[in-house]
Structure formats: structure tokens, C-alpha cells
Ligand binder design. Structure first.
Ligand code: LLP
Length: 410
């Protein structure tokens, strides 16, 4: 294995130095990479009026949201709390697409009050929205296009058995409710899954949207969701973003001509924007040789990065303390009292106790899916921006764990 993929530094700042300065475990993000990903998307879709609604669920740190804004992105939020975080980051309500699933009308009303674009995903909530707001608040409708897509069953959300969106087969019902309350539908949306490689999926989704769109005279945008596949493993095939951009843009422009009006094309990428920008730096607490396996036990686990256990996801792991060391084969495991194997049978530069390992692709769905399981603390977050490493979230402290407990006098 060559050491060339070992991310020894970000923008000239060594990862080992960051680990020493801020301690471990720590998530580190490369701000330049995030900016470049947004620029790449803009380039790929340059032929159409584009809005990039970064899926904030992937990584919700306010400094990251500000960086996305600076690069010209807007945001997609799935909860009232995510909407509020976006506002804290300086977005205006109108910049926020709110795409919840199965929330109450009370929550939706609150988000209407904050000025976000509301994306509705059931007939029942469409009906309640119509009753409450009539034609006074424009809405978007999330369509379930019945397309099986995505890298894993758990992250395939546009198929017929998925809870998300309103089935395209229920289009007549949608139209009936919309007509009954004279609702103003300004957007149609779909999102079929995550880790989608195939450009055809986006075109197939587009065709479903185009067919449905002809029935809605007030449209301003079509939202194609997110799901572009990024590289996790060396040599991984990733979404050819230029090809997807070109093909989808062409089909989109052709449709706009048919529709008779210029529409905006919206995208909601999460992983594409932040996955590769992030590293989880951990320390090797123990190197444990057993008759079969050499384990490296690190000071982290499924509480900080659940993707390997939840989706069998592959995350590259590199020894940044020994980048030119001779590779050996390890099982990298967490310190949680569960079988939290981060990587099995993985060749990594020789690991010694105390070495710092960098786990790649920790930018998306890393800290945002982290927990306090085993009463462990959540790590700090550091952003490298303009060649400087800066703390953007403090490491949790013991008091954070028990702060909300009400301790009875017993
Ligand atoms: N838009 C909607 C409506 C979504 O539900 C999602 C992701 C996205 C956009 C962004 O998808 P992305 O570009 O990040 O693939 N935790 C899983 C991924 C779950 C994604 C949920 N929805 C993982 O770590 O693989």
C-alpha cells in the first residue's frame, strides 16, 4: 500500500499536530474541500438556474453552514431544530427548504412562521396544510417516484415500500386536495436514496417529476434531492457529477421549454458536500494480538461513527503518526461495549500504542449521528480554513452528560 493516500495534513496543517493541540477523538474538516465541492456542483449544472440546498443533517455545525453560505449554497433542513440552526448560521427563512417526514402540523406551522419553504410528504399533511393556509403559503410536494436506488436498503427511500413522499400513483388525490383548497404548489421534490452512482437514476426521477409537473401551473422549481456517491475506498467508482449535471440539465431545459416557463433546479446534496472533507482522528489505546487477529482498540467507536456498523460502510483508516510504516493487517475496533468494528482485516501502516489514526469520510453523518452511548463524551470539531485549524465545537464535558437529569432525593 502506498502512503500517498495517507492524509498526513490538511492545507499544510499536520493532522498529528491537530490531534496534539485539540486532543482526540476529534473531527477535523477541510473547509477548502467543502467550498470546492460546491463549486464543482455549480460547474456541473452551470447550464440551468441552480440552487444547492445543502442537506444539513449530514453535518450541522454552524461554522460549516456559514462556509456553505459563503460558497453560494442554501440549505435543506428536516426538523424545526435544523431550521433554527440554519437561521443561527445567517440564512434567511426563504433560503431554507424544510423537508420533514411524519411531523405534526404544529411543527409545520412554526416553520411556516420562520419563512422556510415547506415540503409536504403525505396526503394527510397536505390536507391539513390546505385547510390551515389555503393559497396563502406556497408549498412544495415530495413525490415518491417508486424508484429503487442507493447503496444500501437502509438508505433507499424512493421505492414503493418507503415511508417517504406521496406515491406518484396518488397524483390524482394530490391534485384533488390542491384544487379543493386552491393551494399554490411552487415546487415538486424527490429524493430516492444515498450513494447513488448511476446517472440514469436522476434522469428516471426527473422524468417522473416532469410528467407530474405538467399538472401544476404555478411551479417555480423542481428539486432532484441529493444522494451523489462519493469515494470511500481507494479506486471507488463515484458519481460522475459532470455527466449527471450535463444530462440532467439537458433534460431539464427541454422540459422547461415544454412547460413554457423557466424553472429552477434544486439539489440537496449532503455527502457530496462534506463527506470527504472530514476525518475522525482517534488514538490507538491498545494493540492486542490474539491467536487469530491483531486488534487496534481506539478511543472512539459506534458512538462517534456508526456508519460501519449501521450500513457496513467502508471508511479508510490511515496511521498519521507512522505514514511510512510497513502495513500490517488489523481489526480496528471501538471502546464501546458492543462489537463496534470500524474496519476488519484492514491493511494499515504499522500501528503502535499512542499512534493517531485518521478515519476518512467522517464529514457526513459522523457527529450528526453521534451519541453518548456508554456515557462517553462527544468529540470536539475543528475546521481547517485558510491554512488555520480552529475549534468549531468544544469537546463535551462530564457535566454535559448529566445536565438534564433530575436527581431525586432517594
Ligand atoms: N435530501 C433528503 C430529503 C434526504 O433525506 C437526504 C438524506 C439528502 C437530501 C442527502 O442525501 P446525501 O446527499 O447525503 O446522500 N445516514 C446515512 C445517509 C442517510 C441519508 C438520509 N437522507 C449514511 O450515513 O449513509
Amino acid at each position: 500500500m502506498s502512503a500517498s493516500h495517507n492524509p498526513i495534513s490538511i492545507q499544510g496543517v499536520s493532522l498529528e499536530t491537530i490531534a496534539k493541540e485539540f486532543g482526540t477523538p476529534v473531527y477535523v474538516y477541510d473547509g477548502e474541500k467543502i467550498t470546492n465541492q460546491i463549486l464543482t456542483l455549480k460547474k456541473a449544472f452551470e447550464k440551468v438556474p441552480l440552487k444547492i440546498k445543502y442537506a444539513t443533517k449530514a453535518l450541522t455545525n454552524i461554522s460549516i453552514l456559514k462556509l456553505v453560505k459563503r460558497a453560494g449554497g442554501e440549505v435543506d433542513a428536516v426538523s424545526l431544530e435544523e431550521v433554527k440552526i440554519c437561521l443561527e448560521a445567517g440564512y434567511e427563512g426563504k433560503d431554507v427548504m424544510y423537508t420533514p417526514s411524519g411531523v405534526s402540523m404544529d411543527e409545520i406551522k412554526e416553520v411556516v412562521g420562520l419563512g422556510a419553504m415547506i415540503n409536504l410528504d403525505s396526503i394527510s399533511i397536505l390536507e391539513q396544510f390546505g385547510q390551515t393556509f389555503g393559497d396563502s403559503i406556497p408549498v412544495c410536494i415530495r413525490i415518491n417516484p417508486h424508484i429503487m436506488a442507493g447503496g444500501n436498503a437502509k438508505i433507499s427511500v424512493g421505492h414503493i415500500a418507503s415511508k417517504f413522499g406521496i406515491s406518484i400513483q396518488q397524483l390524482d388525490e394530490i391534485l384533488e386536495v390542491v384544487a379543493r383548497y386552491q393551494m399554490k404548489v411552487t415546487g415538486l421534490h424527490l429524493h430516492t436514496g444515498s450513494d447513488i452512482l448511476d446517472a440514469e437514476v436522476f434522469l428516471k426521477g426527473g422524468n417522473v417529476l416532469f410528467d407530474a409537473a405538467m399538472k401544476f401551473p404555478d411551479l417555480k422549481f423542481l428539486d432532484f434531492g441529493g444522494g451523489f456517491k462519493v469515494g470511500y475506498k481507494e479506486g471507488d467508482v463515484v458519481t460522475d457529477i459532470m455527466a449527471v449535471g450535463n444530462r440532467v440539465s439537458e433534460a431539464f431545459l427541454e422540459f422547461c421549454e415544454k412547460y413554457g416557463r423557466d424553472l429552477e433546479l434544486w439539489l440537496e446534496p449532503g455527502k457530496f458536500v462534506v463527506s470527504e472533507s472530514g476525518y475522525l482522528l482517534v488514538e490507538a489505546n491498545v494493540v492486542k494480538k490474539t491467536p487469530q487477529i491483531t486488534f487496534v482498540g481506539v478511543n472512539s467507536g459506534l458512538n462517534h461513527l456508526i456508519r460501519p456498523m449501521m450500513y457496513d460502510a467502508y471508511h479508510g483508516i490511515y496511521n498519521v503518526s507512522n505514514p511510512y510504516g510497513k502495513p500490517a493487517t488489523y481489526n480496528v475496533v471501538g471502546y464501546i461495549c458492543e462489537t463496534d468494528t470500524i474496519a476488519a482485516g484492514r491493511a494499515i501502516e504499522e500501528v503502535r500504542r499512542g499512534d493517531i489514526l485518521a478515519i476518512k469520510n467522517a464529514g457526513a453523518y459522523g457527529i450528526s449521528m453521534a451519541s453518548n452511548y456508554n456515557s462517553r463524551l462527544r468529540p470536539a470539531e475543528v475546521l481547517v480554513w485558510e491554512g488555520k485549524a480552529q475549534l468549531i465545537r468544544k469537546r463535551e464535558e462530564f457535566q454535559d452528560l448529566i445536565r438534564n437529569q433530575v436527581i431525586l432525593d432517594i
